[in-house]
Design a protein around this ligand. Structure first.
Ligand SMILES: Nc1nc2c(ncn2[C@@H]2O[C@H](COP(=O)(O)OP(=O)(O)OP(=O)(O)O)[C@@H](O)[C@H]2O)c(=O)[nH]1
Ligand SMILES: [Mg+2]
Length: 326
C-alpha cells in the first residue's frame, strides 16, 4: 500500500468493504480509483481496482439482464471499444448509428423514438468499434438501466442538434448525467469521488441545416477548451471520417501486430490494446503462458531501429510490429 493516500480513500474503501450490491461496490471502487494518485508506485493497485470495477460492473449488468426489467438492456461489449451516444430527443443519435453501422434503429422526426439500446459495429480502418444508440437521456423509462450501461462505456458521444440552441442542450445533458453520477470529461481524469468520470466527445449534428454554423461557433466558444468538438451531418454523411478518427483517438487504444521470425506481419489482424501498454501486456493478452516465458522481443516501429531488441517493459506505439521470443 503506497503511503500518502488521503483519508477519502479509506472512507471509500470502507464503503467498498461494506457494500452489499455490485452497484454499490462499483461506486466505491470508482471513488477509490479517482482518489488514488497516479505514479509508478500505484500502477499495480490501480490495475487491480480497474479489474474489480470491470468485474462488478459486469456482475451488476448480468443481474439486471436476468431480472425481467432489464432483459433486453445489457449490451455486451464487442470490438475495440464501446461508444454510447447521449443526447436529447431528435438529436440524430439513431440516424448516426444507422449511417455508420449495419444496425438499423428506427429514425423518426418525433421525439422519444428510441426505447431500448441498439448496438452496431462501426468499421474504422482495420478494426471494429461498437456504437450504442440509446433512448434520449431525459427518458424517465430508461432510468432503471441507463446508469449502468453508461458506466460501462469506454467513450460517450454527446450529441447536439445544431439547428437548435446548443448550450441549453449541453446543460440539460450534463445535468442529467450528473444526476446519474456520471461526469463527462474531455481530457485527464480529475480526482473526485462519488462520480464516474467518462471520456466524452461533443458532436454537433445536422450541420446541413440553417443556423448550424452559428450554433457550432457558440458551442465552440463555450466548450472547445474543455472537450474535443466536431461538426457533422449524420444524414448527409458530412464529417464522418473525421468523427471516426476522433473516436479512435479518444478511445486511447493502439494497434500492434505480431509476426513470427522470418515471416511478415499480418496487418489485417491487429491486437488492440490500451495506449501505454508494454510488450509484456501484449504477450499476456495472447496467452497467459507467454507472459511467463517471454525472454525478449524485437520491435519494428517504436524501436530506435527496425528489429531492435527490447525488454518486456518497452512501451508500444500504434502500428508497431513485434516478434516475441520465448
Ligand atoms: N437535416 C438533418 N436531419 C437529421 C440529421 N440527422 C438526423 N436527422 C433527422 O432528425 C430526426 C431525428 O433523428 P433520430 O436519429 O431519430 O434522432 P434520435 O436522437 O435518435 O431521437 P430519439 O430516439 O427520440 O432520442 C429524424 O427526422 C432524422 O431524419 C442530419 O444530419 N441532418
Ligand atoms: Mg433514436
Amino acid at each position: 500500500m503506497p503511503a500518502n493516500l488521503p483519508p477519502e480513500y479509506f472512507h471509500a474503501e470502507k464503503r467498498y468493504r461494506q457494500a452489499k450490491s455490485p452497484e454499490e461496490k462499483v461506486e466505491a471502487l470508482e471513488a477509490m480509483f479517482s482518489i488514488m494518485p497516479k505514479h509508478k508506485g500505484t500502477d499495480r493497485l490501480r490495475a487491480e481496482l480497474r479489474t474489480k470495477i470491470a468485474k462488478f460492473t459486469e456482475e451488476s449488468q448480468r443481474k439486471l439482464a436476468t431480472s425481467r426489467k432489464g432483459s433486453a438492456y445489457y449490451i455486451r461489449k464487442e470490438g475495440a471499444g464501446q461508444v454510447i451516444l447521449v443526447g436529447l430527443p431528435n438529436a440524430g443519435k439513431s440516424q448516426l448509428v444507422s449511417t455508420l453501422t449495419e444496425a438499423s434503429p428506427a429514425v423518426a422526426d418525433y421525439p422519444f423514438t428510441t426505447k431500448a439500446p441498439t448496438p452496431g459495429m462501426m468499421r474504422f480502418e482495420n478494426i471494429q468499434i461498437q456504437l450504442v444508440d440509446i433512448p434520449p437521456i431525459v427518458d424517465r423509462n430508461a432510468q432503471p438501466w441507463l446508469p449502468n450501461l453508461l458506466r460501462g462505456a469506454d467513450l460517450l458521444l454527446i450529441m447536439v442538434d445544431l439547428s437548435e440552441e446548443p448550450l441549453s442542450q449541453i446543460e440539460t445533458i450534463f445535468g442529467e448525467l450528473e444526476r446519474l453520477k456520471i461526469r463527462p470529461i474531455g481530457g485527464k481524469e480529475g480526482t473526485e469521488p462519488w462520480v464516474s468520470q467518462k471520456k466524452a466527445l461533443i458532436v454537433g449534428n445536422k450541420e446541413d441545416l440553417e443556423g448550424s454554423e452559428e450554433n457550432y461557433r457558440r458551442l465552440g466558444s463555450q466548450y472547445s477548451g474543455e472537450f474535443p468538438l466536431i461538426s457533422i451531418s449524420a444524414k448527409g454523411g458530412i464529417g464522418l471520417e473525421g468523427l471516426k478518427e476522433e473516436i479512435y483517438r479518444r478511445l486511447d487504444i493502439i494497434r500492434v501486430y505480431t509476426k513470427a521470425p522470418g515471416m511478415k506481419a499480418d496487418l489485417e489482424e491487429p491486437i488492440v490494446i490500451k495506449r501505454g501498454s508494454t510488450v509484456e501486456d501484449v504477450a499476456q493478452s495472447i496467452h497467459k503462458d507467454f507472459h511467463a516465458k517471454l525472454k525478449y522481443a524485437q520491435v519494428w516501429g517504436s524501436g530506435k531501429y527496425d528489429g531492435q531488441k527490447v525488454k518486456r517493459e518497452h512501451i508500444l506505439e500504434d502500428g508497431d510490429v513485434i516478434e516475441l521470443h520465448l
